[in-house]
Design a protein around this ligand. Structure first.
Ligand SMILES: NC(=O)c1ccc[n+]([C@@H]2O[C@H](COP(=O)([O-])OP(=O)(O)OC[C@H]3O[C@@H](n4cnc5c(N)ncnc54)[C@H](O)[C@@H]3O)[C@@H](O)[C@H]2O)c1
Length: 250
């Protein structure tokens, strides 16, 4: 079950963290994987890790907020790996992320822009570029990586980030219903706190507040992506699925 053999996947922001874990799992399930990151060296390093397992992978460095770069990359991926069947919009935290630590009352419009750009426009550019081919071929999977901050108010300075994630979840629901008879599904995964190894010292403290007492692993997000990317998930569309160790229950 859940074989992705013969499929081509594009995972954005897959040079590290959650995206890297997703790319690894999709490759292990047999997909050819285009590894995107705005940082080319990071994309290459994920590709090397995938290739070491015998997988077929391609570095696809581009900025998801640049529509011309997105279109050009999708064309190159189609030529080198095959047209994108599975799109995982994972890039969602811009470099610097000034809007990620301030309460809204203290924020400036320029803090908001980078988050809206990557989480709304970046994801929309990738979907807009990949969707027509999926519809034409009668099969496709759009998987949006979101966050529990889309649905829950938090007092940790993530208001603009949460708004951008709420917005893209809304778009995904419409894309799902507009294309429900085409063989293309679209779903969001709302992540809780994940172990991206950026701040191991803080991990134990953060983990204590999670019902399961630990952070999520990138490969656990990858496993849910593998299911949503598979033939077996064909009847699941327009949903936001939570992956969070019990932090938010619905
Ligand atoms: N880490 C968490 O605890 C957590 C929690 C909830 C949701 N998420 C979501 O998971 C996703 C991945 O998070 P992460 O913690 O692994 O992030 P990360 O910052 O560790 O990695 C993101 C990668 O995206 C790349 N990137 C940034 N801007 C880009 C752009 N414009 N175009 C292409 N690539 C770009 C970065 O270079 C980086 O390699 C994001 O959508 C994030 O919102 C993460």
């Amino acid at each position: 079950m859940f074989s992705l053999a013969g499929r081509t996947a594009l995972v954005t922001g897959a040079g590290q963290g959650v995206g890297r874990g997703i790319a690894k799992v999709l490759a292990a399930q047999g997909a050819r994987v285009a590894v995107n990151d705005v940082d080319a060296a990071r994309a290459e390093s994920t590709v090397k890790e995938l290739e070491a397992t015998g997988a077929t992978a391609l570095a696809a460095p581009f900025d998801v907020t640049d529509p011309a770069a997105v279109r050009a990359a999708l064309e190159r991926i189609a030529l080198q790996l095959g047209p994108v069947d599975i799109l995982v919009n994972n890039a969602g935290i811009p470099a610097g992320s000034r809007g990620m630590s301030k309460k809204f009352i203290d924020s400036d419009p320029e803090d908001w822009a980078a988050l809206i750009d990557i989480n709304l426009y970046g994801a929309m550019h990738c979907i807009r570029a990949a969707l027509p081919g999926m519809v034409q071929r009668g099969w496709g999977r759009v998987i949006q990586i979101s966050s529990g901050a889309s649905q829950r108010g938090l007092n940790i300075g993530v208001s603009s980030y949460g708004a951008s994630k709420s917005g893209i979840e809304g778009l995904i629901r419409h894309v799902a219903v507009e294309n429900a008879r085409t063989g293309v599904t679209a779903n969001s995964i709302a992540l809780g706190l994940m172990n991206n190894q950026k701040n191991p010292a803080a991990t134990a403290h953060i983990a204590a507040g999670i019902p399961m007492g630990r952070l999520g692993e990138p490969e656990e997000a990858g496993a849910l992506c593998a299911y949503l990317a598979s033939d077996e998930s064909a009847y699941v569309t327009g949903q936001t699925i939570h992956l969070n160790g019990g932090s938010i229950t619905t």
